[in-house]
Design a protein around this ligand. Structure first.
Ligand code: NZQ
Ligand code: ZN
Length: 394
């Protein structure tokens, strides 16, 4: 049964080789006066991308200031730095050059510059978001989908809390997607990104309610595509079609397309479980989800075995036995097998962390927002279930 939906994707996508040279004219279209160019911890400088962006801005006679140094699991302190700089310089547009971390940091600065007061209020859900400075993105890693999403995830060093804030105001005005820019990625980041791309669709695919037929077909096609091209890129990181397919999948997987017409948002427990891993242990986001997904799936599959079985058949061509419980478990095994084939972890030890019992207690507390929320939709997870999953994932 198809549910009503609103599909809002205001982001202009410019895709292909050398499209970053169009930055000057893309920003001219936004009629802004001064741009904050925001970037990460070195890759955009090393590759020469930052120089190209600055040249394009100068050619278009657009004033700008630079702010680099965003780290993975982007920090609130850098966001504060950006807000202070943005106020001082009279910034009215933010250009993010990097991956999800840089784009999310740009969105947070955009919230901070639009509102007065403490920006963390939006991430701790103390105040509603009422606007954001306009953002543009030059993407350098296919992963988080922040280039078209309404989401931003920031880590507050005070308490190592990693929290998201969502609003339609933060969807970028444009996304510049050149697959060639991702050739310099370390394989681990490429594969961690591939997992995250899959997860944004999988979180919507596994739901307690009903889904739309067309959306299921789009989701399964996207997942097969990412599986196929991850394996291609493992052999040849400079396969242009592989890079191009992953990049476009990154954007489509998290812009709402793969959840449209479904009766609810999806499950999202694996993402929320990972946020505590990222906040406390600073792991790569996609790898963190890979390490927890199989444990989550085995824990909840009995509530939706037919959905897991279909996933196995459609995405990994798992031969169906007719025993839906067995087919569901084989689907989960197939997913873990795929993770192993791209050198992604399937438990916390493989992820490189071994939380103590006390740390698992702390993660569980944080994950429930100190007793204020449950997770999930295939199965509703409370404190006990969350604790079980972290423990089983060891
Ligand atoms: O900082 P630099 O030097 O650029 O290095 C980065 C970083 O170390 C490097 N990198 C990026 N592009 C590169 C490159 N290295 C070489 N060549 C390139 N072309 O890769 C590392 C990871 O970058 P990061 O931006 O952290 O990766 P990703 O895009 O996976 O973003 C992860 C963050 O996004 C959040 C995650 O929680 C995490 O904090 N998410 C954001 C979402 C959203 N806004 O919609 C949704 C996601 O579910 C996710 O939660
Ligand atoms: Zn994600």
């Amino acid at each position: 049964m198809t549910a009503d939906f609103t599909y809002y994707t205001p982001t202009k996508v410019v895709f292909g080789k050398d499209v970053e040279n169009q930055i000057g004219s893309l920003i001219q279209e936004q009629a802004c006066k001064k741009v904050l160019v925001h970037y990460g911890s070195g890759s955009a400088e090393r590759s020469g991308l930052l120089d190209k962006i600055v040249a394009s801005l100068k050619e278009a006679d657009i004033k700008h200031v630079l702010l680099g140094g965003v780290v993975p699991n982007p920090r609130l302190s850098k966001v504060h730095e950006g807000i202070t700089l943005g106020r001082k310089e009279g910034i009215d547009f933010i250009l993010a050059v990097g991956g999800g971390s840089v784009i999310d940091s740009a969105k947070a600065i955009g919230y901070g510059l639009f509102h007065s007061g403490e920006v963390w209020d939006f991430y701790s859900q103390k105040r509603p978001i009422t606007g954001c400075l306009p953002i543009g993105a030059v993407l350098t890693i296919a992963a988080a989908g922040s280039e078209m999403s309404n989401s931003s995830v920031i880590t507050n060093e005070d308490g190592d809390l990693k929290r998201g804030a969502n609003s339609e105001y933060a969807r970028p005005k444009f996304a510049v997607l050149n697959p060639l820019l991702t050739y310099t990625l370390p394989t681990y980041q490429t594969m961690s990104g591939a997992v995250d791309i899959m997860m944004h669709t999988i979180e919507r695919y596994f739901l307690g309610g009903e889904s739309m037929h067309l959306t299921d077909e789009i989701a399964e096609g996207l997942l097969r595509t990412v599986v196929h091209f991850s394996l291609v890129l493992k052999e040849n990181p400079e396969d242009y079609d592989g890079r191009a397919n992953l990049m476009w999948a990154s954007s489509l997987s998290h812009n709402g397309l793969t959840g449209a017409g479904n009766s609810e948002r999806g499950d999202w427990a694996p993402h929320q479980l990972e946020h505590e891993l990222g906040g406390m242990f600073d792991v790569a986001h996609g790898a963190g989800i890979a390490a927890i997904w199989g444990t989550w799936a085995r824990y909840v599959h009995k509530n939706k075995p037919e959905r897991f079985a279909r996933f196995g058949e459609r995405v990994f061509a798992v031969k169906q036995t007719g025993n839906v419980e067995q087919d569901a478990l084989e689907a989960i095994d197939a997913m873990d097998e795929f993770f192993r084939s791209i050198n992604m972890p399937t438990n916390l030890k493989e992820l490189g962390i071994e939380p103590t019992k006390e740390q698992i207690d702390t993660m569980t507390e944080k994950c429930t927002f100190f007793g204020k929320r449950t997770l999930g939709s295939v199965m509703v997870l409370g404190k006990k279930e969350i604790h079980d999953i972290y423990t089983n994932a060891l």
